[in-house]
Design a protein around this ligand. Structure first.
Ligand SMILES: CC(C)(COP(=O)(O)OP(=O)(O)OC[C@H]1O[C@@H](n2cnc3c(N)ncnc32)[C@H](O)[C@@H]1OP(=O)(O)O)[C@@H](O)C(=O)NCCC(=O)NCCS
Length: 151
């Protein structure tokens, strides 16, 4: 049994669940400070998540920045990857934004050139219709890719 939830102000249970998922990705994907940073982001930003058996399977933390919806962080619980949860969540995110009158999403991710594991992430976003708009070599220690999806 699954459902999609949007929280404009995540409660402590949701924050803790997201923190745990993020912590599980530190080391290979996420930097050591990311889980704590995400807690701070959630004080101001919204979250959409796909809940499966009362557990967060996949989440998107987002805001609006310079007039465009912006994904700050997305992740699927490690053991649930590859089951279509991220795709399902992205589908609902696009529907939600369309209903609000938007036709665009932006995000920053890590270039696979500097962190090869991010080939997976970029492949996922490309599959979801995102394109690389620009490379920022001076952003973060790894450099950053700006990816955009429009419809
Ligand atoms: C990236 C991530 C959110 C994808 O979520 P997911 O739930 O595993 O993705 P799904 O199972 O819904 O896959 C959706 C589609 O992307 C494709 N895809 C996913 N990973 C892929 C990969 N490594 N290579 C090629 N295609 C991939 C799937 O094949 C699927 O395609 P389909 O349309 O043919 O079904 C998840 O793997 C994750 O949390 N990764 C680690 C954290 C991370 O990188 N977050 C982003 C930070 S910017």
């Amino acid at each position: 049994m699954s459902r999609i939830v949007i929280e404009k102000q995540a409660n402590q249970n949701i924050i803790n669940s997201i923190y745990k998922i993020a912590l599980d990705y530190t080391g290979d994907y996420f930097t050591i400070n990311l889980p704590e940073d995400t807690k701070n982001d959630l004080v101001f930003q919204h979250v959409m998540y796909l809940e499966c058996n009362n557990d967060i399977a996949s989440f998107i933390i987002f805001t609006c920045w310079d007039g465009s919806p912006h994904i700050t962080l997305m992740a699927t619980q490690r053991e649930s990857c590859g089951k279509g949860y991220g795709k399902e969540l992205m589908k609902h995110f696009v529907i939600y934004l369309t209903e609000l009158g938007f036709n665009r999403i932006e995000l920053f991710t890590v270039p696979p050139d500097t962190k090869p594991i991010y080939k997976n992430t970029v492949a996922f976003y490309e599959r979801m219709g995102f394109e690389i708009e620009k490379v920022y070599s001076q952003l973060w220690e790894t450099g950053a890719l700006k990816m955009i999806k429009t419809w």
